[in-house]
Design a protein around this ligand. Structure first.
Ligand code: AMP
Ligand code: GLY
Length: 422
């Protein structure tokens, strides 16, 4: 008989908690480790004190413990070359090499690839000199989209409504070097509803997942500052099968093929941050990993075995995943003050009463009790026959949590447009 498999999940957020919980459902998986994990993940996996970019530490652990599969969550691990090191040591890994990760880590690389291979996206130009960039903006129209070219924790994009705002953003990025290195992309402003399309990719093979939409702004009505994500839902009713298929054929598959052609075969999750414009779906950004918080609402809808799905994908074998017809909404409970400063430490009461799945993002455990330990603290999810029902269910569950230092959005999944896309 096949002995139980050992899996290592790399990361410490709600996304990794969802991956761990989904893998735990597989009858083939005997043991799950998570590096470094978090207080909630510790209920579902053995957490290891190894940082996500400690490549040597993670490779050593996987080798010593005969890990059958490593799943990489965050971009920091990919950029550190964790997948490359795992592959060099013959460890099975789901996550792209550093070279293929450039589709996320370098906006210029992504734009160049899309231009070369005719993948629909906004027109752009890149700059490293402040004066040149400012000159270009002066000649263009507003809003103007200014993007720092590199990882800026979701804070490197400014939609400037006028010249003054554009100048402030350019000065910060190119003159004061707010995020480090110094390159920006100035992009055409695209209009339409956004959606997240994750696909498992292995070379030219592309396996689409169900769609989701996240909510990046801090407050109801998409107001307030950008955050790491305040909630998400799946499915996305305003994106028809036809549009999804168009996105698959014109965006996701050609991108996987382009990476192959460039000698950078991709293995892992290719995440398309897409926008449905009048001219059809276009790319806003690519990520080289599971989206957060989209993963927390997509994986709970997967009825197939995630361990099997990942392995079939790695091997490039045929696999058609089965999905539940349920709608799932996930709402983030964040610390008041987030994404600015906030206080940590308050006890979170009532978690034991929640009937649905809760993913931990930033909690600490002390004497069997959970406390606030981060900006985004928990994601409470609920299923329903449709999104309105899931929304009612998730509110009911959230009411069971007592922790005055947390806040959440009450409109996740409620802005769904009534109009079906063409
Ligand atoms: P990004 O980090 O590239 O995903 O950008 C963050 C957010 O900025 C996106 O989710 C969009 O809402 C917005 N955005 C980025 N690029 C554009 C664009 N070209 N046109 C309109 N909105 C954009
Ligand atoms: N939800 C957007 C991301 O994962 O970057």
């Amino acid at each position: 008989m096949d002995k139980g498999k050992k899996v290592l999940v790399v990361g410490s957020g709600g996304r990794e908690h969802a991956i761990v919980k989904s893998l735990a459902k597989s009858p083939k998986v005997a043991e799950i480790f998570c590096a470094p994990g978090n207080a909630g993940i510790a209920n579902d996996a053995k957490c290891l004190p190894i940082k996500v970019d400690d490549v040597e530490g993670l490779v050593n652990f996987a080798q010593r413990n005969h890990i059958d599969l490593t799943v990489i969550g965050p971009e920091a691990a990919l950029v550190a070359g964790l997948a490359d090191a795992m592959l060099q040591n013959d460890i099975r890994v789901f996550g792209p090499t550093k070279g293929a990760t450039q589709i996320e880590s370098s906006k210029e690389f992504a734009k160049m690839l899309m231009e070369k291979y005719g993948i629909p996206t906004g027109k752009y130009k890149s700059f490293s000199a402040f004066e040149d960039a400012l000159d270009y903006v002066k000649k263009g129209s507003f809003p103007s989209v200014i993007k720092y070219d590199g990882l800026a924790a979701g804070k490197g994009v400014v939609i400037a409504q006028n010249l003054k705002d554009a100048e402030i953003a350019l000065r910060e990025m190119l003159h004061d070097h707010k995020f480090g290195d110094d390159k920006v992309i100035i992009e055409e402003f695209l209009e339409g509803p956004e959606f997240s399309f994750m696909c498992f990719v292995s070379g030219e093979k592309v396996y689409p997942l169900e769609l989701a939409q996240d909510h990046k702004r801090a407050f109801d009505g998409d107001k307030g500052p950008n955050t790491g994500g305040m909630g998400a839902y799946s499915p996305v009713p305003f994106i028809s099968e036809k549009v999804k298929n168009e996105a698959l054929e014109k965006i996701m598959k050609p991108t996987a093929k382009a990476l192959m052609d460039m000698g950078l075969p991709f293995c892992g999750v290719l995440y398309g941050g897409l926008i449905l414009t009048q001219e059809g779906p276009k790319v806003i950004e690519f990520n080289a990993r599971f989206g957060d918080p989209e993963t927390e609402v997509v994986l709970p809808r997967l009825e197939s075995d995630l361990f099997d799905f990942i392995n079939y994908a790695i091997e490039g074998k045929g696999f058609i995943p089965q999905w539940s017809h349920d709608a799932v909404i996930g709402v983030v409970l964040a610390s008041k003050g987030y994404p600015g400063s906030y206080k940590k430490g308050e006890e979170i009461k009532g978690l034991e009463n929640i009937q649905t799945e809760v993913f931990h993002m930033g909690t600490a455990e002390m004497n069997g009790k959970f406390h606030v330990a981060g900006g985004r603290v928990l994601m409470v999810t609920a299923h329903g026959d449709d999104l309105p029902e899931a929304a009612l269910n998730v509110e009911k569950e959230i009411k069971l949590i007592e922790c005055p230092s947390l806040f959440h959005r009450t409109d996740i999944g409620k802005y769904v447009l009534n109009t079906e896309s063409k």
